[in-house]
Design a binder for this molecule. Structure first.
Ligand SMILES: NC(=O)C1=CN([C@@H]2O[C@H](COP(=O)(O)OP(=O)(O)OC[C@H]3O[C@@H](n4cnc5c(N)ncnc54)[C@H](O)[C@@H]3O)[C@@H](O)[C@H]2O)[C@@H](O)CC1
Ligand SMILES: Nc1ncnc2c1ncn2[C@@H]1O[C@H](COP(=O)(O)OP(=O)(O)O)[C@@H](O)[C@H]1O
Ligand SMILES: [Mg+2]
Length: 282
């Protein structure tokens, strides 16, 4: 394996693009977050709000019918489209043209959801982040990887990664298998952990921000929203992944002296995104 490239502030400033003065919401990109199931609509609320607070102009959530009021009331800035089914996704069909899609948080593994995900993948080439249950569905149906567009970003935590690539006996083997998976499928893999590595074929990027405060429910759902937002804002997929992971960790580093580890929750990541961005402005 090549030596990882350490992603520090200097590397981020090479990639970060401040907001143009005369931009408007129509130019800032439209992100679509697809996911949720009965009891796990919060995952989509978190990803959707994170996408907004990362700077894209418009965000729409696609959720089962039971999520309609939850999303609208928790986040009035989000738009909502609902599936015909009350509790799970059964047909991922929408009449809009998002610039990027994040799919999987809270989505569940219902057989109808699995079929809907298959049909959705067959018909979509929009830049995409695949997370959580969407990754698990791919792990259970490995041949469906052929439907995933090149340069798609996958964001597994270690258990999801194991489901995708199989068990490993050493860290070296984990990297070897993940790099091989990235090369064969032409996808970017964000190997979430402490620290997080982003794998783009044979190139490995090591993130340098973040701390144990991020070990909290919904933290990964927020990361999906952040990276999807950056993709919608026209960052190249690998840069969106690298910058998104860096910003996500930076929120926890900035917050820690104010919140401590224990009281930092996934919503705190969203709350501190502004300070994280401000710390990048030179
Ligand atoms: N408020 C909400 O609606 C929330 C919904 N969530 C959704 O719940 C669904 C299930 O996600 P989960 O990730 O909990 O379930 P999984 O079954 O995919 O993962 C949980 C398992 O992975 C292991 N694991 C997780 N992180 C690990 C790490 N860093 N090192 C080693 N092992 C690790 C855990 O020990 C556990 O065995 C997803 O769709 C997710 O998006 C969660 O994100 C929590 C919040
Ligand atoms: N101890 C830790 N140090 C740094 N980052 C962590 C730590 N624990 C978890 N994280 C980060 O938090 C996120 C957890 O993602 P995930 O397990 O998908 O959460 P969820 O599914 O609950 O949203 C990942 O970005 C991971 O890197
Ligand atoms: Mg997760």
């Amino acid at each position: 394996m090549n030596t990882p490239i350490s992603i520090d502030r200097n590397e981020i400033l090479k990639r970060y693009e401040p907001i143009a003065k005369h931009t408007h919401k129509g130019l800032q990109g439209h992100a679509l977050i697809i996911g949720g199931s009965y009891g796990k609509i919060g995952a989509v609320c978190l990803a959707g709000k994170a996408a907004l607070k990362t700077g894209c102009g418009l965000v729409t959530a696609f959720v089962p019918e039971c999520g309609y009021q939850i999303v609208q009331i928790s986040n009035p800035e989000l738009m909502v489209i609902t599936d015909a089914d009350e509790k799970h996704l059964s047909d991922i069909d929408f009449d809009l043209k998002p610039n990027a899609i994040g799919i999987g948080p809270g989505m569940g593994l219902h057989t109808e959801t699995q079929k809907a995900f298959h049909d959705f993948l067959s018909n979509t080439s929009v830049p995409m982040v695949i997370d959580a249950d969407a990754l698990n569905i791919l792990a259970y149906n490995p041949s469906w990887m052929a439907l995933v567009s090149p340069r798609t970003i996958l964001t597994p935590h270690p258990k999801e990664l194991e489901r995708l690539i199989g068990k490993w006996n050493s860290e070296a083997e984990m990297f070897q298998k993940t790099i091989a998976f990235s090369l064969v499928n032409q996808v970017i893999i964000v190997m979430k952990g402490a620290p997080t590595y982003t794998i783009d074929g044979e190139t490995v990027y090591l993130n340098t921000t973040g701390n144990a405060a991020l070990a909290t429910a919904g933290s990964g759902d927020v990361l999906t929203g952040i990276i999807t937002s950056l993709l919608a804002q026209s960052y190249k997929p690998c840069d969106a992944a690298i910058l998104g992971v860096y910003l996500h960790g930076l929120t926890a580093d900035i917050a820690l002296p104010e919140t401590g580890y224990q009281s930092f929750v996934a919503s705190s990541i969203i709350e501190y995104l502004g300070k994280a961005y401000l710390s990048l402005d030179v």
